[in-house]
Design a protein around this ligand. Structure first.
Ligand code: ATP
Ligand code: LTN
Length: 334
């Protein structure tokens, strides 16, 4: 029996992934390799929906890919590639755009949020069609499942609608991907403001911990993380969101249940707990940091891995696109 296929993507919009990306996405991507046929994409076309410096984009694309490999994504078991290396993504986006209602696209809440942040005039048409590009990513590879966080649920619904609409209008062509998986994805919050998620775009530098961050800086940020005045290490989402977030991080990285941690730190205050947590985070990320640095030190080898990934991806994308062209009624080129 072939394994179900998983597709997911991550944007190269920062110089490092953060703790939330790692616990909420990357870590699951690694595990999924054991049970699924896995395809992972560094979505650089999505990254230019907001203004980017070319040199930053180039560097961040390599850094993102290196971190995927360093986290344990195995180029022999998974396809890892850069979105812009496979032109079928943009081609399918056009066809799907012509099936998407203007009103339908206008209802995407992430667009509204991101557009509001930059001021209405700053938002590009690319930002508006971002979810259609995401649908193309998924549908090109006949993905069965798409591991993403809750914030991407609406985009996945749109992908399903577009696949069904296309199949209905032109005949069975696309696999309709299942609803998002990862129901119990850890949601990691900002260290300074536990009411928002840890995020590249919304967090202050003090609120976010990067995978590639210097140990000293990680320690400092954890020691200064917002807690409460009660002084007791116990989880309580409502009353103690800061401490609960720290417990969740500790538990996820150390593989120990929160209850066991509560017991261990009963009566010991926040200082000792935070000191140990800093050690767990620094120790947990050290191997990944080292491997990332090694991969980045040899750019041509890294680029070669990505070229191989792109070739494998194209082998799957090209036949899908041929199918689409034929169904839509485009004349063959020869
Ligand atoms: P941005 O702020 O630009 O939206 P982000 O930091 O939220 O970026 P994304 O690139 O949107 O990160 O997310 C990549 C993956 O990491 C997604 O699957 C997302 O669900 C997951 N993720 C991001 N932030 C968190 C978080 N704080 N907790 C858990 N998972 C997260
Ligand atoms: N929009 C997603 C990134 C993304 C993606 C995809 C995820 C782009 N294309 C295809 C899954 C499948 C995000 O911001 N996390």
């Amino acid at each position: 029996m072939p394994q179900p296929r998983v597709f997911s993507g991550i944007q190269p919009t920062a110089d490092s992934f953060h703790l939330g990306n790692y616990l909420g996405a990357l870590r699951q991507w690694v595990t999924l390799q054991d049970t699924h046929d896995t395809i992972y994409c560094v979505v650089d076309l999505h990254a230019i929906t907001l203004p980017q410096q070319p040199a930053d984009l180039r560097r961040r694309t390599r850094v993102a890919a290196a971190q995927l490999f360093a986290a344990g994504i195995d180029p022999d078991r998974s396809i890892v590639f850069v979105q812009s290396h496979v032109p079928e993504h943009t081609e399918l986006t056009w066809v799907l755009s012509c099936l998407t209602g203007f009103g339908e696209a206008s209802r995407m809440t992430q667009f509204k949020d991101k557009a509001a942040k930059g001021g209405a005039d700053a938002a590009s048409v690319g930002l508006f069609t971002y979810p259609i590009l995401m649908a193309a990513d998924i549908l090109l590879y006949d993905a069965d499942q798409v591991p993403v966080g809750e914030d991407q649920r609406q985009h996945l619904e749109l992908t399903r609608d577009l696949a069904q609409r296309f199949n209905h209008r032109f005949g069975p062509t696309f696999v309709v991907p299942g609803p998002y998986i990862l129901p119990e994805v850890a949601k990691i919050t900002d260290l300074q403001d536990p009411s928002i998620k840890m995020s590249k775009s919304a967090s202050s530098p003090q609120g976010i911990i990067d995978v590639l961050e210097e140990p000293k800086s990680v320690e400092r940020k954890i020691m200064r993380a917002v807690t409460d005045t009660e002084g007791e290490v116990r989880a309580d989402e409502q009353a103690k969101p800061g401490v609960t977030n720290l417990l969740r991080i500790y538990s996820a990285l150390a593989g120990e249940p929160i209850a066991a941690l509560e017991q261990r730190y009963a009566g010991s205050g926040y200082g000792a707990f935070k000191k140990d947590l800093a050690e767990v985070v620094v120790g947990g990320f050290a191997p990944m940091r080292e491997r990332t640095e090694k991969l980045l030190a040899n750019e041509s080898e890294l680029d070669q891995l990505l070229a191989v990934g792109a070739a494998k991806a194209r082998k799957l994308a090209v036949p899908t696109m041929d199918r689409v062209r034929d169904r839509v009624g485009f004349l063959p080129a020869r």
